[in-house]
Ligand binder design. Structure first.
Ligand code: FAD
Length: 548
């Protein structure tokens, strides 16, 4: 891929710039001036730090490509923190004959569980049979396929239950008898994005958050990509051989407003919302309820003390950044759950809502719930021009396979050695995941032995979030006091510093709603105190240089 251009003449990323600083200096990172971009191009520039952008960055960096990724806000601040958080085949998609998608997704369950056993765990689903809705034989057939087409090795198989005797039936209305119980997995979606970004960076990728791509054009056989630092307003331009538009629900906006392409937009934006209420049932299993409109709604045990209920499907036409659960959606979810639970779910119980926009490929389906959930990759590389790959649709579940497909699609534009190493992301653990799928309890007991001042709840939270990397937060601490200021909900200064240093966290929301869900635990005053602390503590060299 030689271009004949001179090598880069300036430090390209923050780490390189840091190398020029004397020790103990407060770091102010100078941005490259507009137009004076350095001339050793990246192999790949990616717009968008959601699961798809970060998944591609990880795969490409691990294959030896020189990768640049920009995210206009925080990582996972778009759709990738607003999902139902299931690694699932999608039982419902069988009704739309999406066999390819379901099979690929089912196979990913055990792959992702093994890669990140701290943030991914198996979950059993209970599907009550509802007289008048899908017949029992159809559910049985769907679940037979579910059990057999997806390479299931570790997850337990489907079984039938009698809700009148099984403890799962306790919170449900008396009329429900027969149910099916089957397996899928749960994932902390935003953390999956962080882990992919961290691993991409560890493998050499440049990850820029709070950095919007404002303009991209093809010139002299390269992409010239202008990005703006959203904190300072400073612009810089980088060059890249390939551009990937992984902007999720903004994919069409990037095509028209940033790339100024004439490619038709195939995206269908579909809003989905969730509500969180105090824990409705003790069982560890989750419910999948069929609704009278043909949709399904999940009720999932959430963050120990809560139940997560979702989701909705409705076409969305506004700015994805403004998406918010409407009162109509909240009422719909309360009603759907109340159809099954003995005690009705009410608006007053709702402690939190979140909403996201699915960037689906527009396959012309009549209603939002039927639009395909499969991904489509559109490559624009005609007449030897620098390639542009746009991503439509996809699931959290299939992000790794999407990344492989993206690099496969670009194979004529990357050296052969790069395409030959396809598949490595299925084997190499994500950061912190260096233990066996059934090793969580052993790992926890070791952690609680070493750090005997941690309560089991605190240790579990840290191990679930960071896996083996939680030792980078705990370091040589001998007491809770050694972890610094306590912000509430077991969030300590040591954890906050780690998140700033290793996970690009800048604001209270980054920490309370994406790096964790401690937003559910902290009071308004505690959250404000955290925001003040973050505003006051400008990044210092000591915070930014990774600990050895
Ligand atoms: P995003 O996460 O939105 O990332 C795109 C990023 O691009 C954004 O962060 C945005 O800020 C950035 N960006 C945009 N423009 C620019 C620019 N000009 N410069 C720089 N950055 C830019 N999938 C599952 O597998 N399981 C589920 O249970 C599940 N449930 C779901 C429930 C709901 C309600 C929804 C909405 C989706 C669900 N999904 C689920 C699907 C899944 O969440 C999405 O497919 C996935 O998160 C999309 O990721 P993405 O990277 O394409 O988009």
């Amino acid at each position: 891929m030689a271009t004949g251009l001179p090598r880069r003449c300036a430090p390209r990323n923050d780490d390189e710039r840091r190398d020029f600083l004397p020790p103990q200096t407060t770091l102010v990172i100078p941005a490259t001036k507009a137009g004076k971009y350095v001339s050793d191009p990246y192999d790949l520039a990616i717009i968008g730090g959601g699961i798809n952008g970060c998944g591609i960055a990880r795969d490409a960096a691990g294959r030896g490509l020189d990768v640049f990724l920009c995210e206009q806000n925080d990582l996972a601040s778009g759709t990738s923190s607003a999902s139902t958080k299931l690694i699932h085949g999608g039982l419902r998609y069988l009704e739309y004959y999406e066999f390819r998608l379901v099979r690929e997704a089912l196979m990913e369950r055990e792959v992702l569980w093994n890669l990140a056993p701290h943030i991914v765990r198996p979950l059993r689903f209970i599907l009550p049979h509802h007289e008048g809705l899908r017949p029992s034989w159809l559910l049985r057939l769907g679940l037979f396929l579910y059990d057999h087409i997806g390479g299931r090795k570790l997850l337990p198989a489907t079984k039938t239950l009698d809700l009148r005797s099984d403890p799962a039936g306790k919170p449900l209305k008396a009329g429900y008898g027969k149910a099916f119980e089957y397996s899928d997995c749960w994932v902390e979606d935003a953390r999956l994005v962080m882990l992919n970004a961290m691993d991409a960076q560890d493998r050499g990728a440049t990850i820029k958050t709070r950095t919007r791509c404002t303009h991209a054009e093809r010139r002299d056989g390269l992409w010239h990509v202008t990005v703006q630092d959203m904190k300072t307003g400073v612009e810089e331009t980088i060059a890249a051989r390939i551009l990937i538009n992984a902007a999720g629900p903004w994919v069409a906006k990037v095509l028209s407003g940033v790339v100024h392409g004439n490619s038709p937009s195939h995206v269908r934006l579909v809003q989905g919302s969730h509500i969180v209420v105090p824990k409705l049932f003790e069982d560890e299993r989750c419910f999948i309820f069929q609704n009278g409109d043909g949709r399904i709604v999940f009720a999932i045990p959430y963050e120990q003390d809560f139940t997560l209920i979702g989701t909705t499907d409705r076409d969305y036409h506004d700015d994805p950044a403004d998406v918010k659960a409407s009162e109509e959606e909240i009422a719909y979810l309360c009603a759907a759950a109340s159809e099954y639970f003995k005690a009705p779910v009410t608006r007053e119980q709702v402690v939190w809502t979140y909403s996201g926009v699915r960037p689906l490929y527009d396959d012309g389906a009549s209603d939002a719930k039927s639009a395909t959930r499969d991904y489509v990759l559109e490559l624009d590389d005609g007449n030897g021009k620098p390639p542009l790959l746009a991503i439509f649709g996809g699931k959290i579940t299939t992000y790794r396979r999407l990344a492989e497909s993206a690099l496969e699609k670009l194979k004529s534009h990357v050296p052969e050695r790069v395409t030959q190493v396809a598949g490595w992301t299925a084997r190499e653990k994500l950061p912190g995941g260096q233990f066996a799928v059934d090793g969580f309890l052993a790992e926890l007991s070791q952690l609680l032995c070493k750090y005997d001042f941690l309560t089991p709840a605190h240790g579990t939270r840290l191990l679930r979030a960071y896996g083996t990397r939680c030792r980078e937060i705990l370091g040589t601490a001998k007491s809770l006091k050694d972890l610094g200021h306590d912000f509430g909900g077991t969030l300590t200064e040591a954890e906050v510093k780690y998140l700033k240093r290793a996970e690009w966290a800048l604001t209270a929301d980054d920490i309370l709603w994406r790096r964790s869900k401690l937003g559910l635990r902290l009071s308004k005053e505690q959250a404000a105190a955290l925001a003040d602390y973050l505003a006051e503590t400008a990044p210092e060299v000591a915070d930014l240089v990774p600990r050895t």
